[in-house]
Design a protein around this ligand. Structure first.
Ligand SMILES: *[C@@H]1O[C@H](CO)[C@@H](O)[C@H](O)[C@H]1NC(C)=O
Ligand SMILES: *[C@@H]1O[C@H](CO)[C@@H](O)[C@H](O)[C@H]1NC(C)=O
Ligand SMILES: *[C@@H]1O[C@H](CO)[C@@H](O)[C@H](O)[C@H]1NC(C)=O
Ligand SMILES: *[C@@H]1O[C@H](CO)[C@@H](O)[C@H](O)[C@H]1NC(C)=O
Length: 957
């Protein structure tokens, strides 16, 4: 039988081939078909002027000359008149590729749509354009997965999908039948334990079959998982860009052996392990970016083996061992970043002279040795950073010839000697840090020539002598740190010229004299620390005009006199002024100034006392009076309230609290439900009956949930009160998947909540009715799962403090007319069982309770995650999963048969997309019901996962 079928198939295929042959023989039908396909695509796109030329010529000559697209904008034809190039790059093109029928373009060799605004997925049949040599879809907003049919573009040499939102192919181990599965396939839905790889997909290893690939760019997408080792077969590959994804695992050894590879970028991923030692041996690398991964081991020694390496980064990894030996004579270097590793070696031996080098950062490694004068011959250097190593010796004068240098950071080493006096020659310098070394001598006056300087840090050295007055010439300076040195002399008054200064730290020196009176001119200053010096005199009042100042420290000096009563001192900590000679004033913590003394001398203390004592007495008396008055007032109020309630209600319960949003009234509710007549009862929830209340004056309908709760003692009154407060917060919440709560009332025998009315009732009711359950088709069920996930994610992660539901079950998920899910009763479970750090039968619904609650563990968000998992299974299965959960947790089943988990009342999904989404939901539910709360995902993660575009497309193909 099967043979017969394939026999007929073969005939069919031959027939198609023959027809295709004839079609190609006469050009017009082909270009006709191409024009039609382009027009069909155009019609599906938003109207845009760039496609204006894509039109059918006037009707009268249509019969004689079929429309030819060859002159249309962006279209190029080959000699036979068939479309060979579609190039709409950089045109701002909007829309999707869904209606571009690739099978209509047998001669297409180049499709270039880069840098546009395309959305949607890459069509799964893209593989039919088998003559394509160049496909560039980069820099768009394409999402979804990479179609496996790409692997059929066997002639392609350029494949650029970079800068999109492509998620790769979902892990196909989910679907053991793989692509061969028939429409209703997926016989054995194997579940995966929760893994990050579910969040994005893998790069299909089939791409490794595109043997002519020269450029492969998948950077800036959402690919997870390993780099396919099959890339090692791409023997023509020159450019491989995989950066900015979430790739993990090792670097495939064989890629290092590709002999034409010149540009390799894998930065910003989570790759680990050792980079193949042979990288650079087999080909001449020009660009190599390994930065921001988890690589360990040594850097490949021959990275610059070919002598062409221009840009090289390996920063922020865990590389150990020496600087690659080939770097020493790598004259081509332009930009190098090796910071944040544990590389070792001697600085003066590992590096040479680099005429083209503009940028090198070697910071935070374990490099020793000295700074070589060779750096001075790297004339184009704009940045030289070697902070956080163990470099010793002097700073060579030669470096001061680098007149392009903008950033220079040698901080946290063991450099000694003096700062070269020629430092003023670094005329472009903007950032200079020599902090935390052993530099001695003075601050060279020529430093004032660095007119572009914005950041200067010489702190933590043993620099002595005065601060040169040229310091006032740094008109752009924003940060000045000279602390922890041996500076002496006075603070030069010129410092007040630094109008852009934001941070000034001169602490821990031996500066004397006064604080310059004009200091207040530093209007941009935010932080001032001149503590631990020998400054004397008074604090200039001009500090008043330092309007930006938020942080000040003047402690440990010899300052005296009145402290200006200005904000910065009022808000400063007392320590900021401590340990001075004699500061005084009205600021808290300071002794008062001797006012009389400054005015007339002599009997100061007494005069002061005479003023202060009466003031104290009077204010004390006033305070006392106020206190008594408040007490009296409170008592009155309390008795009034009691009287009122007694009179009004005459009920055993003295407490009454109603909180409503809007114009809902207690009496209206009672009226609308005829005092909670069963006639209005629409359901029985976990905690009591639910009534439908149609307001008398308006058409508004509410659902009123009357709780089986009556306060009989004080602790219950307390919980009513605190719940009232919580309701106030809950009524503020607006989320499309959360039932709106309008209010709460506890009065006499009635305690009830007023909610938005949900027409379709609870999910539990729908699932128990065969008729209703059938209407809730697969698509709607998936929507319900997503809705609940979003609601929980919102309450757990976007509310402060987070709100835990504690009683997620199908009874608390209500549906509106559109069958959109709304979660009801947030916060109620806690109210009904306020003290419980654990769960009792009162709160929570049996069958949805997280197992840890049986062991008195604290209620956390993860309890809701568990209930969500149960609920999700219930939605897919159409009934509570029951024993399945314990079976999953005990490991007694390894896989679930697809048919066994689908609600038998619905037919098996015919769309692969729906099937995949269901599989995703089930795969997500499984880790949610894990017995260990820590193995459960967060709701945020779960919600995000459910939004993944499954790879339906390529499975269909
Ligand atoms: C692509 O991903 C980015 C980052 O997650 C996101 O901001 C953007 O909205 C996404 N674009 C589309 C079209 O999905
Ligand atoms: C690739 O092409 C082959 C032969 O034409 C076809 O059988 C196969 O289905 C295609 N694969 C995909 C994923 O499109
Ligand atoms: C990478 O390394 C860091 C620190 O060593 C570690 O915290 C992190 O978990 C690692 N990430 C991966 C994906 O291995
Ligand atoms: C090297 O990096 C610089 C700066 O990022 C860039 O402008 C230049 O194009 C890169 N060179 C190569 C060969 O990629």
């Amino acid at each position: 039988m099967a043979n017969i079928v394939s026999f007929f198939l073969a005939i069919l295929v031959n027939l198609v081939l023959v027809l295709a042959f004839f079609a190609e023989a006469s050009p017009s039908p082909t270009s006709n078909r191409e024009a039609e396909a382009l027009l069909k695509w155009k019609a599906s796109l938003p109207k845009q002027s760039l496609l204006e030329s894509w039109v059918v010529p006037a009707a009268n000559n249509a019969s004689s000359a079929p429309p030819s697209p060859c002159k249309w904008f962006g279209i190029t034809c080959n000699e036979a008149g068939s479309v060979s190039i579609i190039n709409l790059a950089y045109t701002g093109l909007r829309g999707t590729l869904q209606n571009l029928d690739f099978s209509s373009f047998p001669s297409l060799v180049r499709l270039d749509l880069k840098v546009n605004r395309l959305t949607g997925t890459i069509p799964s049949n893209i593989g039919v354009v088998s003559n394509l040599v160049s496909l560039d879809l980069s820099t768009n907003s394409l999402n979804g997965s990479l179609p496996l049919s790409l692997a059929n573009l066997t002639n392609v040499y350029e494949l650029d999908i970079s800068r999109n939102n492509i998620t790769g192919v979902l892990d196909r181990s989910l679907f053991p039948d793989g692509t061969s599965s028939s429409k209703t396939g997926l016989k054995n839905l194997k579940y995966l334990l929760f893994q990050d790889t579910l969040l994005g997909g893998k790069i299909p290893q089939e791409i490794g079959n595109l043997q002519f690939l020269v450029l492969l760019a998948l950077d800036d997408n959402f690919f997870h998982g390993p780099i396919p080792p099959s890339f090692g077969n791409l023997s023509e590959l020159a450019v491989l860009r995989l950066s900015n994804n979430q790739l993990s695992g090792p670097f495939p050894e064989k890629i290092a052996t590709l002999s034409k590879l010149s540009d390799l970028r894998v930065f910003t991923n989570q790759l680990s392990g050792v980079v193949p030692v042979g990288l650079g041996n087999y080909s001449s690398l020009v660009v190599l970016h390994l930065a921001e991964n988890n690589f360990t081991g040594h850097l490949p020694p021959q990275v610059c083996g070919g002598g062409n390496l221009v840009n090289f980064t390996a920063d922020s990894n865990n590389f150990t061992g020496p600087i690659p030996i080939s770097l020493k004579n790598c004259k081509s270097l332009y930009r190098v970043r090796l910071e944040y590793n544990q590389l070792t070696g001697y600085l003066d031996q590992c590096f040479g002279v680099y005429p083209n080098l503009t940028f090198i950062n070697l910071s935070f490694n374990r490099l020793g040795g000295q700074l070589s004068p060779n750096w001075g011959e790297c004339r184009r250097l704009t940045l030289l950073k070697i902070t956080g190593n163990m470099v010793h010796g002097k700073i060579p004068d030669e470096i001061m010839g680098l007149n392009q240098l903008v950033g220079f950071d040698l901080s946290s080493n063991q450099l000694s000697g003096e700062i070269p006096t020629t430092i003023g020659n670094l005329s472009k310098l903007s950032f200079l840090s020599l902090k935390d070394n052993k530099l001695s001598g003075g601050v060279p006056a020529s430093i004032g020539e660095l007119s572009d300087l914005e950041f200067l840090d010489l702190s933590m050295n043993i620099i002595s002598g005065p601060i040169p007055e040229q310091i006032g010439d740094f008109t752009r300076l924003q940060d000045l740190y000279l602390s922890r040195n041996h500076l002496n002399g006075t603070i030069p008054y010129q410092i007040s010229n630094l109008v852009n200064l934001q941070v000034l730290d001169l602490s821990y020196n031996s500066l004397g004299g006064n604080i310059p009176p004009d200091f207040g001119k530093l209007r941009s200053l935010e932080s001032l620390n001149i503590s631990h010096n020998n400054l004397s005199g008074s604090i200039p009042f001009s500090l008043n005009s330092m309007i930006s100042l938020t942080d000040i420290d003047l402690s440990y000096n010899n300052l005296e006199g009145p402290v200006p009563d200005i904000n910065i001192f009022r808000s400063a900590k007392p320590e900021a002024l401590s340990n001075n000679k004699h500061l005084c004033g009205t600021i808290k913590g300071l002794p008062p100034c001797n006012v009389i003394k400054t005015e007339s001398g002599g009997k100061s203390k007494k005069g002061k006392l005479e003023i202060v004592l009466p003031i104290l007495l009077i204010s004390g008396l006033l305070l006392l009076l106020m206190f008594v008055w408040i007490l009296v007032l409170c008592r009155k109020k309390r008795s009034k309230k009691a009287v009122k309630e007694d009179g009004a209600q005459n009920e055993e319960n003295l407490f009454s609290a109603c909180y409503f949003q809007g114009k809902i009234l207690y009496k209206d509710i009672l009226e609308a439900t005829n005092n909670f007549d069963d006639k209005y009862c629409i359901g029985v929830g976990g905690f009591g009956k639910v009534y439908k209340a149609k307001m008398p004056d308006s058409d508004q309908v509410f659902a009123v949930k009357k709780l089986n709760f009556q306060a009989t003692d004080d602790s219950q009154l307390e919980s009513i009160k605190s719940f009232g407060n919580e309701v106030a917060a809950l009524t503020e919440i607006k989320h499309r998947n959360i039932v709106k709560l309008f209010g709460f009332c506890s009065r006499g025998i009635h305690t009830f909540l007023v909610y938005e009315f949900m027409e379709r009732g609870s999910l539990a009711d729908i699932l128990t009715s065969d008729e209703e359950a059938e209407k809730l088709d697969w698509e709607k069920r998936i929507r319900v799962v997503k809705g609940v996930a979003h609601a929980l994610s919102y309450m757990h992660h976007d509310c402060v403090p987070p709100i835990i539901h504690r009683d997620i079950s199908s009874k608390n998920v209500l549906l509106d007319t559109e069958l959109e899910a709304h979660v009801s009763d947030f916060g109620t479970a806690k109210f009904l069982n306020p003290e419980s750090s654990n769960w009792t039968a009162v709160a929570g619904t049996f069958g949805y309770l997280a197992p840890e609650l049986a062991y008195n563990m604290a209620v956390t968000e993860k309890c809701d995650v568990y209930s969500f998992g149960v609920l999700t299974l219930e939605i897919v299965m159409g009934k509570h999963p029951g024993e399945l959960i314990s079976a999953l947790n005990s490991g007694s089943i390894q896989s679930i048969r697809y048919e066994d988990v689908l609600d038998p009342r619905l037919s098996i999904p015919t769309s692969q997309e729906i099937a995949d989404k269901l599989a995703l939901a089930v795969n997500l539910a499984i880790p949610c019901v894990a017995s260990n709360p820590e193995s459960r995902p967060t709701m945020r993660k779960a919600a995000k996962l459910l939004e993944i575009q499954p790879h339906a497309e390529e499975l269909k193909a």
